[in-house]
Write a protein that binds this ligand. Structure first.
Ligand code: PEP
Length: 234
């Protein structure tokens, strides 16, 4: 069983989500399917697909105009939330410290955070990939975390760019994440790979050791693109 999570980013409509849910209803798979959609689409009925948000406030409630708390997300029936996505880190200056506070907020509301870590092109070229991944995991996940968490390795330079790291690079990154999680008492935590996953590369990526599933951006928006990813592995 793999975890196949979609990240719709700021795309789609409620009707489009209803159509996607209907299209996924009869897909034969044992994989867990999660759709992380804009807040306004949460609450769409789905008994097979787990819903998630794409961000959450560090705060529980109060005078924080425009923010949405983890409890509010959970009240829609959503079970997951992406935290620390590279676009949040890039456009909203989210640091590992902020991400950790969001993970804490998500966990205390009963949501499973999908915590994203990964290096930029500059960091990759400076030979810092492993350092960024390890500090990303250690600093973004609170010490007292239970096991209700997912980590996603998303090389930031590859997201939405049609680029993917080599199999060896993915294997090395996921091994480091698995070892780091083990050192934190979190062995068994699912580790997803994300960045430019599509039907044609999904099976190969999910055959790499320590890759427990994928986080899919662009190719999760249309059933014709998403279903082949879901059915590419048992
Ligand atoms: C993402 O944004 O999480 C992502 C993986 O995007 P894409 O699949 O489009 O590269």
């Amino acid at each position: 069983m793999k975890v196949i999570a979609g990240n719709w980013k700021m795309n789609g409509t409620r009707t489009g989500l209803t159509d996607m849910v209907a299209a996924l209803q009869n897909v034969e798979t044992e994989n867990k399917i999660i759709l992380c959609v804009p807040y306004t689409m949460l609450g769409v009925e789905s008994n097979r697909i787990y819903m998630g948000a794409q961000d959450v406030s560090t705060h529980d409630h109060g005078a924080y105009t425009g923010e949405v708390s983890a409890q509010m997300v959970a009240a829609t029936g959503a079970k997951y939330v992406i935290v620390g996505h590279s676009e949040r880190r890039q456009y909203h200056n989210e640091t590992n410290d902020i991400v950790r506070q969001k993970v804490t907020a998500a966990l205390s509301a009963g949501l499973t955070p999908i915590v994203c870590v990964g290096e930029t092109m500059d960091e990759k070229q400076a030979g810092k990939t492993m350092e960024i991944i390890e500090s990303g995991v250690k600093e973004s996940i609170p010490n007292d975390t239970n096991k209700n968490i997912i980590v996603a390795y998303e090389p930031r330079w590859a997201i939405g760019a049609g680029l993917t790291p080599t199999k060896e690079e993915i294997a090395e990154a996921h091994k480091l994440i698995a070892d780091t999680l083990m050192s934190m008492g979190l062995s068994g935590t699912p580790i997803l790979y994300g960045a430019s996953v599509k039907g044609s590369n999904a099976a190969e990526i999910m055959s790499i050791p320590n890759v427990d599933g994928v986080l899919v951006g662009g190719a999760s928006l249309k059933p014709d693109d998403f279903i082949p990813i879901i059915t590419s592995v048992k």
